[in-house]
Design a binder for this molecule. Structure first.
Ligand code: EPZ
Length: 425
């Protein structure tokens, strides 16, 4: 772990206006889709985050030309070889989006097993099952997986779980397969719809995106496009959660309030008003958090990528919260960090019970201190907690935060928080 950390002095309320840019989890598959055509695919409003940087390097290593022009990224040309370098598999799950696109264009793809990550094993069985049903041969190699397909045939695929990445891989593969592919029990996330919209703008024939049954008619070729992905609902949700916790009045531009219904249901109360439309959100809060019951699940239910933020905020509530993580098997790393600061949290299996420090019959103090983020969203969550705590905290693991949050210190400083990126001497 690097010696870099965010020094945060909490206790301020937040007010002002921030803008969120293209959603990481839409930009990444859309960049991968860029190699489905030899023409230019221009992805607009891309965030400056390290996962996007890594994806552009990966695309270049596969033989495509990638040109970054401010927030626009141009993917030019197609991949020329099919081996996804294991550097990327280990450090970034997103290289998995290349499976479908490479198989559809080169008829083969070879990759090492993606590094699991701190939140779970992240297997690929649903991806591979779907590719096999479309005619791919999948074999295990010494270091990973090799998929080949002389030709890809549309198939009816029942997905055992609405995996986001598997849905995206199978969508991309199906756009150039022969005939119709039907994905049953596919993911419904807004990022899936954004990818489908981009693929349609490239000439793909896709319907049913955003529902549990998607139909893709294969076409002979796809064309270039210029496309702007949806705004990042998780970055917006993180700022909304921070405002609910710290109090204040914040407008978040570029976010679609309708993409965060389950999160708003948890945050909205007599002390927190959230409104907006498909272009912005506004959060007004007294800074008083109440106990909440929530369970992460596939969209449109509560997003797992907001579970750490809600759990950390709940530590400051006036009641007891129960939060269950059903999507990933190991996504409570932030709990021990909050316990280091004095939070009272019990974890039993996939369920955390949080006794808020403002609980009327037994209030207690959560104090500032040093905490370590071990994954991206835990990092955002620990920043939120530090912004609430009067006094100084240090959040290590900034390299994880930078994977999905663009200059998080600037976001919260612009709203009146004190966040300084620094390092141990
Ligand atoms: C995407 O990951 C997101 N990443 C994740 O965001 C997000 O948490 C996740 O979807 C769920 O919404 C990107 O889009 C880059 P899944 P993905 O396949 O596609 C199991 C963030 O912080 N599974 O929907 O990898 C899997 O183990 C990241 O931005 C299988 O069992 O998620 C997990 O338990 C974190 N077999 C569950 O499904 C498979 O073949 C959901 O995984 C595939 C998945």
């Amino acid at each position: 772990m690097s010696n870099q950390y965010l020094k945060i002095i909490g206790g301020n309320s937040l007010s002002g206006r921030v803008e969120v840019h293209g959603a990481k989890n839409a930009v990444l598959p859309i960049l991968a889709a860029g190699i489905l055509t030899s023409e230019d695919v221009i992805v607009q409003n891309c965030p400056y985050i390290s996962d996007v940087d890594a994806m552009t390097v990966l695309l270049e290593e596969l033989g495509a030309e990638v040109i970054r022009n401010g927030r626009n990224i141009i993917v030019r040309g197609q991949a020329t070889h099919a081996r996804v370098d294991d550097l990327h598999c280990k450090d970034m799950r997103s290289s998995m989006f290349m499976l479908g696109a490479l198989l559809a264009t080169l008829g083969e793809v070879e990759t090492t097993f993606p590094g699991g990550c701190s939140i779970g094993l992240r297997p690929l069985d649903i991806h591979l099952d779907g590719l096999k049903r479309m005619g791919a041969t999948v074999e295990m190699t010494k270091s990973g997986i090799r998929c080949t397909a002389k030709s890809l045939i549309g198939a009816k695929i029942l997905m055992k779980y609405p995996s986001v990445g598997a849905t995206e891989n199978l969508m991309m593969c199906a756009t150039l397969a022969k005939g119709r592919t039907t994905l049953v029990n596919c993911a419904r996330e807004p990022e899936i719809i954004s990818l489908a919209e981009c693929l349609r703008s490239m000439g793909a024939k896709i319907s049913g995106d955003g529902t549990s049954v998607m139909k893709i008619e294969g076409v002979k070729r796809l064309f270039g496009t210029r496309f702007s992905p949806i705004g990042d609902r998780i970055v917006a949700g993180t700022v909304a959660c921070a405002t609910a916790l710290c109090g204040g009045d914040v407008e978040i531009d570029g976010a679609n309030v309708n993409h965060l219904g389950a999160v708003i249901n948890c945050l909205q109360s007599k002390d927190c008003k959230i409104d907006g439309d498909d272009t912005y959100m506004r959060v007004r809060s007294t800074g008083r958090i109440h106990g909440v019951h929530a369970q992460s699940a596939p969209y449109p239910l509560f997003p797992t990528d907001m579970q750490p933020q809600l759990l950390c905020a709940s530590c400051f509530s006036d009641g007891v919260s129960v939060i269950r993580e059903t999507v990933f098997e190991n996504r409570f790393a932030h709990v021990k960090e909050m316990q280091k600061l004095g939070a009272k949290i019990n974890v039993c299996g996939d369920t955390a019970t949080i006794f808020g420090c403002e609980k009327s019959d037994s209030p207690y103090l959560i104090k500032g201190g040093s905490v370590v983020a071990s994954d991206l969203r835990a990092g955002g969550a620990l920043c939120i907690a530090a912004l609430k705590i009067k006094g100084e905290s240090k959040v290590y693991g900034v390299e994880f935060i930078d994977r999905g949050y663009e200059r998080i210190e600037d976001v919260f400083c612009s709203l009146g928080g004190y966040v300084l990126r620094t390092k141990d001497r």
